[in-house]
Design a protein around this ligand. Structure first.
Ligand code: BV8
Length: 245
């Protein structure tokens, strides 16, 4: 793929780049996106119906087991060239922030350092009642397992629909976007808020905005450049066209 000269020059001179990623950047690692149909026990549910505190209160065992299935599946996957390309870009610019909606830990595994996990991390567990991370608990017949401190149910440390984001995560992300030279939105359908409002912080400041996606999204009409295709193919090409030639 060839890239506009304007993009190459802007990236080469950028002081600060901010990237927002969604499930699409992990799709090539084999992690189903939210747009993909659910399978198995959860085939009749939409993620939005399972990833809520109401669903957990109604059927804690089913929601806990959905996350344990996803946790085990994610343990088996690896970062793809798209993740590694973002880690490479981070080394090329003075200031870089990666805001991810993904809970799969793949950006960390690929070597990205300055990452805000705006929706949490599936590998971490916390107490549903105390809202405090729990590292170790006794394996008993209880599903979900119980908090060793208070006996409440344990849950994955992710942000459910209707829940607030981690304190300060959105504000830090929005401030970084407002002060960036280039903003990327990669592999996200841009439907879930407040994460989906971050690109508009760039648009309102006239910051060079780039979208990488296999389809159009609500952002496509607003960005300066929409690169259509697989993030795992486009990002490595962009890195070599900008920094390796
Ligand atoms: C909040 C963690 C304040 C869990 C996730 C009514 C009541 C309460 C709130 C709301 C309400 N109505 C609306 C809201 C706000 C709500 C919301 O936005 N709902 C949506 C459905 C409209 N948001 C919230 O509730 C947020 N909190 O607002 O708090 C509040 C509090 C109380 C009351 C009011 C307000 C919290 C939202 C966080 C939810 N948690 N994840 C888990 O994972 O189990 S969201 C989850 O879904 C992801 O994290 C991500 O954010 C989202 C999925 O989006 P994507 O990542 O974009 O993935 P998707 O599959 O959609 O798209 C993939 C894209 O990649 C596609 O475009 C595809 O074309 C592209 N692609 C595919 N392959 C590739 C590719 N691109 C490039 N290369 C490829 N190879």
């Amino acid at each position: 793929m060839s890239f506009p000269e304007e993009v190459i020059r802007k990236l080469q001179s950028a002081e600060r780049i901010v990237v927002l990623t969604g499930a699409g950047i992990s799709a090539e690692s084999g992690v189903p996106t939210f747009r993909d149909a659910q399978s198995g026990l959860w085939a009749n549910y939409k993620p939005e119906e399972l990833a809520t505190p109401q669903a957990f209160r109604r059927n804690p065992k089913m929601v806990w087991e959905w996350y344990m299935m996803r946790r085990e599946m994610i343990k088996k996957v690896k970062p793809n060239p798209g993740h590694f390309a973002l880690a490479a870009i981070e080394k090329k610019v003075p200031r870089f922030l990666l805001v991810t909606q993904n809970i799969d830990n793949l950006h960390h595994l690929a070597g990205s350092k300055n990452v805000i996990e705006i929706h949490g991390n599936i590998q971490r567990t916390k107490c549903f009642d105390e809202d405090i991370v729990v590292d170790k608990w006794e394996l008993t017949k209880d599903v979900p397992p119980l908090c060793p401190r208070c006996g409440g149910m344990l849950r994955p440390d992710v942000v459910w629909f209707g829940e607030m984001l981690p304190p300060g995560a959105f504000e830090r992300s929005a401030e970084a976007v407002r002060n960036s030279d280039v903003f990327f939105s990669i592999g996200t359908s841009s439907l879930v808020y407040p994460a989906a409002s971050l690109p508009y912080e760039a648009f309102s400041k006239g910051i060079l905005s780039i979208e990488i996606n296999v389809e159009e999204t609500p952002l496509t009409a607003h960005v300066d450049h929409h690169f259509r295709g697989l993030a795992g193919e486009i990002l490595p090409q962009l890195v070599s066209a900008t920094w390796l030639t």
